[in-house]
Design a binder for this molecule. Structure first.
Ligand code: GLN
Length: 549
């Protein structure tokens, strides 16, 4: 029987509720429990697939191809047993959509359909479904307590507490305890008010996680406990950490996992956090460092590439390397040239949509290819690598993806419907199927050519990786590009290009899929380990130079 831990947030947003939930998941998993994790998002969009990364950060793609909130990425990086999917993230929009569909079908037999009980029942049903068979399901509620739109979610989790009882349901509330420097004082009042708000809707938190710059002094801890009706030992101080992966230990030292397992009546061995300790140690004592340029758009919005940044760091953890990432706007390269790429040990062009800065990305690939700098291209980063090779190796002037130039003379990247001339269509995708629709999404099998850098990196010739894109390399150009020196080292089951490399270049690998979604700090990921190892060699000057064509 699954028990539930609900995590709410108070005072302000952006306190790191996703990380806190993920760390609690990691601790409980380290006690031997299986964990499932759910994120409830109070906004009206049906899913985050169509939301601007400007507003919402990265769209995380799960194994089954669901486009979800970036917090699901934190969950998967911290908790091995919590593999997300279409039942792990739902929004107000999705709940209403389901309820309205039932109403239209007449399922409610003429009853007046209301927030309580119909919406709240649907929320509870969805939570129970998402929980699966796990021992404990952690449910994070997006937004801040006091928001109008999160009320139905809070009401639903309140009801679950009554229905399942105090030994199967717990509430954790994350708040801010600010330090006012002009008064040299730590302020507990916002926390008191936030808990008051929560209690006014019938939820008494069992645990408070207090975010602050410095560890919470005993006196403030006592005061918070007294005013919020929470046990003193259950007031946990989550002070700023210089490394994300130190947080599980920080919370464990204050007894967070013990409080949860006690209340849920579980008798378990102590948490084994040695794997987390190893990560912290590896980051603290690297044997070398590298500079990596990440060239894309919206580079000031780091949240839009959060999984990729993490995956590069994981590559660093597993090769004893400090990874310094420099974020470069590809537009700047169009204006100022590639000088800013001098001295880099590696170059990454990440995934992306839209034509802004596309020529800058193509120039970036050229620089990496011609100067023998390790290059990792992801999704759009692979497509620009193909465009660059078409233009500069195969002499196909003005080659382009039809995403950016519909009238290009050489559509080396295009929608399948635009280039599939003979023998019917394997898949149908077109302009209209863009929004919230039918991109190639989720985990699919990829075959790797034996002896390629790709196969060598993975140590396998069949792999599975996650996708999120619409455009494909145009198979009609494959022979021509191969003759010009491109190797298509990975292909899908239906023979679409999945991986591209440039033999003769010291380390040049690009993928149509997104390997960053399956990287985690404990295991790392073969592509990122391989890339960072190559950048280290480049840095130390031991990587072979680019072969003359
Ligand atoms: N815009 C490209 C496509 O749709 C690449 C997508 C991506 O990088 N995720 O195919």
């Amino acid at each position: 029987m699954t028990s539930y831990v609900f995590i709410t947030g108070g005072v302000v947003s952006s306190l790191g509720k996703g990380i806190t939930s993920a760390c609690l998941g990691a601790l409980l998993e380290a006690r031997g429990l299986t964990i499932s994790m759910i994120k409830l998002d109070p906004y009206i969009n049906v899913d985050p697939g169509t939301m601007s990364p400007f507003q919402h950060g990265e769209v995380f793609v799960t194994h089954d191809g669901t486009e979800t909130d970036l917090d699901l990425g934190h969950y998967e990086r911290f908790v091995r047993t919590a593999r997300g999917g279409r039942h792990s993230n739902f929004t107000t929009g999705r709940i209403y959509e389901k309820v309205i569909a039932k109403e239209r079908r007449g399922d409610y037999l003429g009853a007046t359909v209301q927030v309580i009980p119909h919406i709240t029942d649907e929320i509870k049903r969805s939570v129970q479904k998402g929980a699966g068979e796990a021992d404990i399901c952690l449910v994070e509620i997006g937004g801040t307590v006091g928001d109008i739109e999160s009320l139905p979610f809070l009401e639903a989790i309140r009801q679950m507490g009554v229905e399942l009882g105090h030994d199967r349901v717990m509430y954790v509330h994350l708040t801010l305890v600010p330090y006012i420097s002009t008064a040299s004082e730590i302020k507990t009042k916002p926390t008191q008010h936030s808990v008051k708000e929560l209690r006014s809707i019938g939820i008494q938190p069992d645990i408070l996680v207090c975010r602050s710059e410095q560890p919470l002094p005993t006196e403030e801890r006592k005061k918070i406990a007294l005013f919020t009706n929470v046990q003193e030992k259950a007031v946990i101080s989550a002070y700023d950490a210089d490394d994300l992966y130190k947080i599980p230990a920080m919370m464990h030292e204050q007894g967070l996992d013990e409080i949860v397992v006690r209340q849920l009546g579980l008798d378990l061995p102590p948490a084994d956090l040695s794997e987390w300790q190893k990560i912290v140690d590896a980051k603290k004592n690297p044997s070398g460092e590298v500079r990596i340029a990440m060239v894309g758009k919206y580079m000031d919005l780091k949240d839009s590439y959060i999984s990729l940044v993490e995956a590069l760091q994981h590559g660093g953890i597993h090769t004893g390397t400090r990874v310094n990432i420099e974020f470069i706007e590809s537009r700047d390269i169009e204006v100022n040239g590639t000088d800013c790429l001098q001295g880099m040990d590696g170059i990454v062009v990440p995934g992306g949509f839209g034509d802004r800065g596309i020529e800058g990305k193509i120039e970036t690939v050229r620089f990496a290819r011609e100067h023998g700098i390790p290059y990792l291209g992801i999704c759009l980063g692979m497509q620009v690598a193909v465009i660059e090779a078409a233009r500069n190796l195969a002499g196909l002037e003005d080659a382009m993806s039809t995403e950016f130039d519909r009238d290009t003379p050489h559509p080396v990247v295009a929608l399948i419907t635009e280039w599939q001339t003979e023998a019917g269509s394997v898949e149908q995708r077109n302009e209209e199927s863009d929004l919230g629709g039918t991109m190639r999404l989720g985990a699919q099998q990829v075959k790797l050519a034996a002896g390629s850098l790709a196969a060598e990196s993975y140590g396998a010739t069949t792999i599975e990786e996650r996708h999120r894109h619409r455009y494909e390399v145009n198979n009609n150009y494959r022979d021509q590009l191969e003759q010009a020196g491109v190797r298509f080292s990975g292909t899908s089951v239906d023979d679409l290009v999945e991986m591209v490399e440039i033999p003769g270049h010291p380390w040049f690998l690009a993928s149509q899929f997104h390997p960053e979604f399956t990287s985690n700090p404990r295991d790392g990921h073969p592509l990122f380990k391989g890339f960072i190892a190559a950048t280290r060699q480049h840095h130390d000057g031991v990587l072979p130079q680019v072969a003359e064509a």
